[in-house]
Design a protein around this ligand. Sequence first.
Ligand SMILES: Nc1ncnc2c1ncn2[C@@H]1O[C@H](COP(=O)(O)OP(=O)(O)O)[C@@H](O)[C@H]1O
Ligand SMILES: [Mg+2]
Length: 288
Amino acid sequence: MNLTYSNINKKYKGGKLALSNVNLTLTNGVYGLLGPNGAGKSTLMNITCGLLKPTSGSVKLDNKNILSLGETYRNLLGYLPQDFGYYPELTASEFMDYVVTIKDCLKSDVDEILKLVGLYEEKTRKIKTFSGGMKQRLGIAQALINDPKILVLDEPTAGLDPKERVRFRKVISDLASNRIVILSTHIVSDVEFIAKLIILIEKGEILKFKRTKDLLDSLQGKVWKCQLPLNKIEEIEQEFLIVNLQYDQKFATARIVSDTSPFPESEVIYPSLEDVYLYYFKALPGPN
Ligand SMILES: Nc1ncnc2c1ncn2[C@@H]1O[C@H](COP(=O)(O)OP(=O)(O)O)[C@@H](O)[C@H]1O
Ligand SMILES: [Mg+2]
């Protein structure tokens, strides 16, 4: 299966270009879509789902324009929108049945999916009694109905606690072998270990589209660990991109992204995806 984006441009009415000349080809696997707020992630996802038409360009599934595939394409699709509307008075299982009805598919896999996201035991509880993380897991669950071959998850880990995030990563990894999974997140560690490829997007343009490992390798020799005397910190902060600082009594240990050694006796360390994010976007990933 091949999802190909050709020369996609998107301009909202009265707005500037939200997507600019996007070209991508996706095959089975997990794709992490990373970029600051307003970069165009949700726009790209809405276009992927056929909910939004590009101003120019096309998305094709195996050479057929998704907009002409209509229902055939929608049946292949699972989507978790960034702002997901819940139905507070429904129970989890009533809500799932409702989605089954609108997706016009078989009910059979609902319990299985609820087990997968860890909500089976809670399926008779009303959604209004759910925590944020539980609601988010229900959002992921509804996207999985009908075994979609293309799964589009817009900020799926927002509101999940660390334990739920670990479970989420496992669920997604298990699903990824025979489908295309595109997920956006501002929590870089959520995609670092499960995404085959990373798409870095900024101001509507694809900055990088690379294998996660290649992206990490490209930062080799640019991530440093150094011990800074406390009185040097402010100066170094002005000049360098600091990923984190750990304070001790007499000094602080800094993790710094820089083309050259930031401080005498800095030690080169292996890059993480967070370093990559900071290097390309000059800011740490934050909530959208
Ligand atoms: N419905 C809309 N009308 C006008 N502008 C929009 C609309 N949706 C998004 N935008 C603009 O398009 C750009 C990309 O937005 P979005 O795709 O939501 O980014 P992200 O999901 O990366 O935060 C932003 O500048 C945003 O303000
Ligand atoms: Mg968004």
